[in-house]
Design a protein around this ligand. Sequence first.
Ligand code: SF4
Ligand code: SF4
Length: 79
Amino acid sequence: ALHITDECINCDLCPLECPNDAITMGDEIYQIDFTRCTECVGHYDEPQCMAVCPVECIEKDPAHAESEEALWTKFAALH
Ligand code: SF4
Ligand code: SF4
Protein backbone atom coordinates (compact mmCIF):
# COMPACT_ATOMS: atom_id res chain seq x y z
CA ALA A 1 0.00 0.00 0.00
CA LEU A 2 0.95 3.65 -0.35
CA HIS A 3 0.65 6.35 2.27
CA ILE A 4 0.36 10.13 2.33
CA THR A 5 3.00 12.13 4.18
CA ASP A 6 2.39 15.31 6.16
CA GLU A 7 3.49 17.33 3.12
CA CYS A 8 -0.09 16.96 1.82
CA ILE A 9 -1.70 20.32 1.00
CA ASN A 10 -5.28 18.96 0.83
CA CYS A 11 -5.64 19.82 -2.84
CA ASP A 12 -8.56 17.35 -3.13
CA LEU A 13 -7.27 15.76 -6.35
CA CYS A 14 -6.23 12.25 -5.37
CA PRO A 15 -9.50 10.93 -3.84
CA LEU A 16 -11.19 11.46 -7.21
CA GLU A 17 -8.62 9.26 -8.96
CA CYS A 18 -8.59 6.23 -6.66
CA PRO A 19 -10.33 3.20 -8.21
CA ASN A 20 -10.67 1.58 -4.78
CA ASP A 21 -12.08 4.49 -2.75
CA ALA A 22 -9.07 4.13 -0.49
CA ILE A 23 -8.45 7.85 0.09
CA THR A 24 -10.45 9.87 2.61
CA MET A 25 -9.97 13.06 4.62
CA GLY A 26 -8.34 12.42 7.99
CA ASP A 27 -8.05 14.76 10.96
CA GLU A 28 -5.80 17.22 9.14
CA ILE A 29 -4.79 15.73 5.81
CA TYR A 30 -5.92 13.04 3.43
CA GLN A 31 -5.12 9.44 4.32
CA ILE A 32 -4.99 6.11 2.51
CA ASP A 33 -6.76 3.05 3.90
CA PHE A 34 -4.01 0.44 3.48
CA THR A 35 -6.62 -2.34 3.41
CA ARG A 36 -8.05 -0.85 0.18
CA CYS A 37 -4.92 0.40 -1.62
CA THR A 38 -3.69 -2.02 -4.29
CA GLU A 39 -1.11 0.51 -5.57
CA CYS A 40 -3.54 0.57 -8.51
CA VAL A 41 -2.66 -3.01 -9.47
CA GLY A 42 -5.56 -4.43 -11.47
CA HIS A 43 -6.68 -1.01 -12.71
CA TYR A 44 -3.72 1.02 -13.94
CA ASP A 45 -0.03 0.70 -14.76
CA GLU A 46 0.93 3.26 -12.14
CA PRO A 47 -0.58 4.62 -8.93
CA GLN A 48 -3.07 7.26 -10.04
CA CYS A 49 -2.86 9.24 -6.81
CA MET A 50 0.91 9.64 -7.19
CA ALA A 51 0.42 10.71 -10.79
CA VAL A 52 -1.83 13.64 -9.87
CA CYS A 53 -0.29 14.77 -6.59
CA PRO A 54 1.21 18.23 -7.15
CA VAL A 55 3.57 18.01 -4.18
CA GLU A 56 4.67 14.36 -4.52
CA CYS A 57 3.72 13.51 -0.97
CA ILE A 58 2.49 9.97 -1.69
CA GLU A 59 4.95 7.11 -1.34
CA LYS A 60 5.23 3.41 -0.56
CA ASP A 61 4.17 2.72 3.00
CA PRO A 62 7.10 0.93 4.65
CA ALA A 63 4.73 -0.41 7.31
CA HIS A 64 2.58 -2.10 4.66
CA ALA A 65 4.93 -3.38 1.97
CA GLU A 66 3.25 -5.93 -0.33
CA SER A 67 4.35 -8.12 -3.21
CA GLU A 68 2.77 -7.79 -6.64
CA GLU A 69 1.02 -11.11 -5.97
CA ALA A 70 -0.40 -9.86 -2.67
CA LEU A 71 -1.68 -6.72 -4.39
CA TRP A 72 -3.44 -8.83 -7.03
CA THR A 73 -5.02 -10.92 -4.28
CA LYS A 74 -6.24 -7.73 -2.60
CA PHE A 75 -7.62 -6.45 -5.91
CA ALA A 76 -9.56 -9.69 -6.42
CA ALA A 77 -11.00 -9.51 -2.91
CA LEU A 78 -12.13 -5.90 -3.39
CA HIS A 79 -13.83 -6.32 -6.77
FE1 SF4 B 1 -5.89 4.42 -4.60
FE2 SF4 B 1 -4.18 3.58 -6.43
FE3 SF4 B 1 -3.49 5.55 -4.80
FE4 SF4 B 1 -3.73 3.11 -3.81
S1 SF4 B 1 -2.23 3.79 -5.36
S2 SF4 B 1 -4.57 4.97 -2.91
S3 SF4 B 1 -5.38 2.27 -5.05
S4 SF4 B 1 -5.09 5.62 -6.34
FE1 SF4 C 1 -2.73 15.67 -0.63
FE2 SF4 C 1 -1.35 15.04 -2.83
FE3 SF4 C 1 -3.79 14.02 -2.42
FE4 SF4 C 1 -3.49 16.60 -3.02
S1 SF4 C 1 -3.00 14.87 -4.36
S2 SF4 C 1 -4.84 15.76 -1.43
S3 SF4 C 1 -1.59 17.09 -1.95
S4 SF4 C 1 -1.98 13.65 -1.20
